[in-house]
Design a protein around this ligand. Sequence first.
Ligand code: VTB
Length: 329
Amino acid sequence: MAEEEVIAMERVLTLELVRVTERAAVAAAKMRGRGDEKAADQAAVDAMRNELNRLDIRGRIVIGEGERDEAPMLYIGEEVGNGDGPEVDIALDPLEGTTICAKNLPNSLAVIAITRRGGLLNAPDVYMEKLAIGPGFPEGFIELDMPPAEIVSRIAKEKDVRDRDVTACILDRPRHQKLIEEVRATGAAIRLIGDGDVAGVIHTTDPEQTGIDFYIGTGGAPEGVLASAALRCMGGQMYGRLILDSDEKRKRSERMGIEDPRRIYSEEDMASGDVLFAATGVTDGNLLHGVSFRRGIAMTHTIVTRSYTGTQRWVRARHVVEDKFEFID
Ligand code: VTB
């Protein structure tokens, strides 16, 4: 396909992506607050896969539900789309934050990112150290190994506020105890989240709205790639390093093409070239409303964006879903 044709395709595809995350979000939202993570995830996976297979793409899942033998659907390497159109790579999480959805807590999302073939880091399902800030800071403003005190004071200086006016977002895990103490020692505040670090990273792109200035800590590597894709479109900087602390993990990552186990990846290394990204709120959140239901209607709130232009569209949709909250096709 000629270059202009691919760009035109991507332009069309961007809006199509909204349908994909909307469907997943509505399916997951029906399972909100029921204490059943698996059922919520399964509903989102089924819905996302059905919708993905209607798109004019030759898609390959790079970041998905897991390895082929552990995930029956949307596994890494699965081909999706209707087989027409451009060859693309896909990172997705039909329900990012399964536990928060099951508990009906804020910020669970249905997310997807699409690049041209080869545009996404094939990240193994291991932990990744992450650091992210939103747009408007000079390149190289933060570094992964920078002490938290330095990060806080740099952000405070740049924003012309005090250290105590800066807020970090960190996953609430015992492994972060020291990090939490270090950040608190600077006077900065922390929003501790139970899950959902893709949302945590995205929140750095609009600190006025979300109250989050930077994201720091260790979470899933696949989520790191998804978050990078979002920042490529929405602006910001992100750094990540895989934690390969066993022979098994090192071998597995080698098989996935990771040559340097200590490499620090930037957002551009994790999601390169043109990137399309969409996220729909499942539960209410700081940037996106969750799905709301009323008689025969489902309301969704989605952000869809594209790195090529940087346009962000916030799509509020009203779906006629009839009595059983099933879509009319
Ligand atoms: C994070 C978070 C995810 O996994 O990546 C986290 O964003 C990391 O793993 O929503 P642990 O739960 O083991 O700390 C999730 O919580 C779930 O995949």
